[in-house]
Design a protein around this ligand. Structure first.
Ligand code: ADP
Ligand code: MG
Length: 246
């Protein structure tokens, strides 16, 4: 589903991603872990075109972003990728003046030009799926952080993505609210969704991911199954990281 070849991303003189090549098959759940500043968010943002790439290619569902192609061509490909990709950030970014269900409906009405009734039905079902059926008519400010993040996940799912990207979805939450969000993500994984998740939740990564990518200094230093990575890391860099987070 994702094929990345020699991806480079610089911010000015800062080489943030250094020749990353990796493939992720459909239905795989990949956890990206690593120290702060190692390029994890930039990596995710490149996948759905939120950053202009400096070198290499990114292919998602046969849509290709090539650093060499004209910007106009890249944007067309990025547009296609975005249609098929949901992204969830640390900050929920819900519309404060819209109700919960209106937040989920928004893209269906605006992007898919769906009629209100159909959009409502889909959104209402998705809210039930993330355990928020009774919060439809609430406003975001009336919800806990964990509930807001579940709305953000439902909103991303409304577009029926083939791929979901998560950037530290639980990092802004009070500890007691982390579990309810991870539960929704675990359910999605069990449904077979292809997911790339940047996370500091090592227990979750160990339990739910099929594969761990350990990033440091803009490079994928380890690419392993969770048991192999957590029980037998191959590099000193990974051992040091695991000591710090445990
Ligand atoms: P991580 O998510 O692993 O903490 P990031 O991808 O956010 O790492 O950042 C990697 C590096 O890229 C850092 O040195 C950061 O300062 C730099 N960086 C990220 N975004 C920008 C930006 N928009 N402009 C300039 N530098 C950036
Ligand atoms: Mg980050």
């Amino acid at each position: 589903m994702i094929d990345i070849n020699q991806l480079q991303k610089n911010f000015g003189a800062n080489e943030v991603l250094k020749n990353i090549s990796i493939s992720i098959p459909a239905h795989q759940v990949v956890a990206v872990v690593g120290p702060s500043g190692s390029g994890k968010s930039t990596f995710l943002r490149c996948i759905n075109g939120l950053e202009t790439i400096t070198g290499g290619t990114i292919t998602v569902n046969s849509h290709v972003i090539n650093a060499q192609s004209p910007r106009k061509v890249q944007l067309k490909e990025i547009h296609s990728i975005r249609q098929e990709t949901g992204m969830v950030f640390q900050q929920f970014n819900l519309y404060p003046h819209k109700t919960v269900v209106e937040n989920v409906m928004e893209a269906l009405l605006v992007v898919k030009k769906m009629n209100k009734e159909d959009a409502y039905k889909i959104s209402s079902d998705l809210l039930a799926k993330v355990g928020l059926a009774e919060k439809e008519k609430s406003f975001p400010s009336q919800l806990s952080g964990g509930q807001q993040q579940r709305v953000a996940i439902a909103r991303a799912l409304a577009m029926e993505p083939k791929l979901m990207l998560f950037d530290e979805p639980t990092s802004a939450l009070d500890p007691e609210l982390v579990g309810e969000v991870l539960k929704v993500m675990k359910d999605l994984a069990e449904d077979g969704m292809t997911m790339v998740i940047v996370t500091h939740e090592m227990k979750f990564a160990k339990e739910v991911a099929d594969r761990i990518l350990f990033m440091a200094d803009g490079v994928i230093v380890e690419d392993a199954k969770p048991t192999a990575f957590f029980e037998n890391p191959q590099t000193e860099r990974a051992r040091k990281f695991l000591r710090q987070v445990s």
